[in-house]
Design a protein around this ligand. Sequence first.
Ligand SMILES: C[S@@+](CC[C@H](N)C(=O)[O-])C[C@H]1O[C@@H](n2cnc3c(N)ncnc32)[C@H](O)[C@@H]1O
Length: 194
Amino acid sequence: MSVFDGLATGYDWGMLPLEWAVLRRLRRRAFPQVVGRVLEAGVGTGVNLPLYGPHAQVVALDASGPMLAQASRRPTQAPVRPVQADAEHLPFADGSFDAVTGSLLLCSVKSPARALAEVRRVLVAGGRLVLVEHTRGKGLGAWLTDLLHPLWFSFNGTCHLNRETGRAVAAAGFRPVLEETRGLGIFRVIEGRK
Ligand SMILES: C[S@@+](CC[C@H](N)C(=O)[O-])C[C@H]1O[C@@H](n2cnc3c(N)ncnc32)[C@H](O)[C@@H]1O
C-alpha cells in the first residue's frame, strides 16, 4: 500500500498550479526527444506520456496500481506497457532500455542511490537518463527547501524537499550531460549517460 494509492484520483488537480508555474515547460523540454526502448519509472498518472512520439516504446512503471490505472487513460502516440513494480528492484534484465525517464520520482523513493543503481543496470551502454525533479534549491532556494522539508515530510511521509538529486545521479556513475534549473534552483532537468 502506497500513499499515492489514495492520491491517484485527485493528483492531477492538486498538481495544476505547479504544472502551470514550472513543470509543464520542463517536461516539454525533457521528454519529447526520447526515443527507442524507454522505461519511465514512477510514471504516476502518466502526465509525461502524451509527450513521447511514435518512435518511443514505453514501459510505464509505478509502485501504485491506482496511479497506473490513471496513466492507462492518457492519450499518447507511443505504445505503452504498464508494469507495477518497485523502481528500487526493477524486474528487467541488464541493458534492456535505451533510455530511462522519470519525473518527481527520486524525491519519494526510499533510496535514490538504490533506484539509480537499478536504472543504470537496465540501461544499455551509453543509454540516457532523463529526469525532471524537484531538489534542494540554490542560495535562498536551499534555505527554503531545508526549512520546509521537516514539516512537509511529517505531513506526507514520502516526499523529500531537499534531496541533492544532481549529485546522486553523478555519484551513481552517470556522465553528466545537462542540468538546467528553474525556480531558485529547486526544479531541474537532469540528463546523464551510462
Ligand atoms: C510525485 S509522484 C510523480 C508522478 C509523475 N511522474 C509526475 O511527474 O507527476 C511519484 C510517483 O512515483 C511512484 N513511486 C514512488 N516510489 C516508487 C518506487 N520505489 N517504485 C516505483 N514507483 C514509485 C509513486 O507511486 C508516484 O506515482
